[in-house]
Design a protein around this ligand. Structure first.
Ligand code: MN
Length: 203
């Protein structure tokens, strides 16, 4: 299986002023491309050449560190470009909105907890809204390019929404101010995509 860089569905400058064009271009065409290239290299001779990313994550303890980091990087970024969109933001709707209210009390309380978790992730990683194995809606965080599908994640589950909190995702525009980047995220969230992912877990 040869992995390839997915095409971005919108121009690099389409998320301004929340994410600047230069950050988007470097993030997609350099960082994500490197995860793809390094994954393809690491898979050679591994016995996992034909495995899907999901299959690799289910048995992540059998993968080399290079496969773990780059398969995670490729998968996480492929999702991330869909978790955000131009003219996004607003509030979630439908069943996801109901579940957020049920598990977090209100949308605002959910946003606050998500932001706190993002700020609490020391160094590089991701913050997630996931449906866990007990079908509960949970905020979790993973280091580096790990994700909640990896069988050894602190909380295993299917991601509904995720935010890249590596400095490469925000440093040009926000420098050390991760909180401002997280705040900007709410203006570009693709809630329709998150709602679809949530509803799939409920069917
Ligand atoms: Mn990234």
């Amino acid at each position: 299986m040869i992995h390839t860089l997915p095409t971005l569905e919108y121009p690099y400058n389409a998320l301004e002023p929340f994410i600047d064009a230069e950050t988007m271009e470097i993030h997609h065409s350099k960082h994500h491309q490197a995860y793809v290239d390094n994954l393809n290299k690491a898979l050679v001779g591994s016995g996992l050449e034909e495995a899907s990313l999901e299959e690799i994550f289910e048995n992540i303890h059998t993968a080399s560190p290079a496969i773990r980091n780059n398969a995670g990087g490729h998968y996480n970024h492929s999702l991330f470009w869909n978790f955000i969109k131009p003219q996004g933001g607003g509030n979630p709707k439908g069943k996801l909105a109901e579940a957020i209210n049920e598990y977090f009390g209100s949308f605002e309380a959910f946003q606050q907890k998500f932001a706190e978790t993002a700020l609490g992730r020391f160094g590089s990683g991701w913050v997630w809204l996931i449906v866990d194995k007990d079908n509960k809606l949970v905020i979790s965080t993973t280091p580096y390019q790990d994700n909640p599908l990896m069988c050894d994640a602190d909380v295993v589950g299917l991601s509904v929404l995720g935010l890249d909190v590596w400095e490469h995702a925000y440093y040009l525009n926000y420098q050390n101010k991760r909180a401002d980047y997280v705040k900007a995220f709410w203006s570009i969230v693709n809630w329709e995509f998150a709602e679809q992912r949530f509803e799939k877990t409920q069917s």
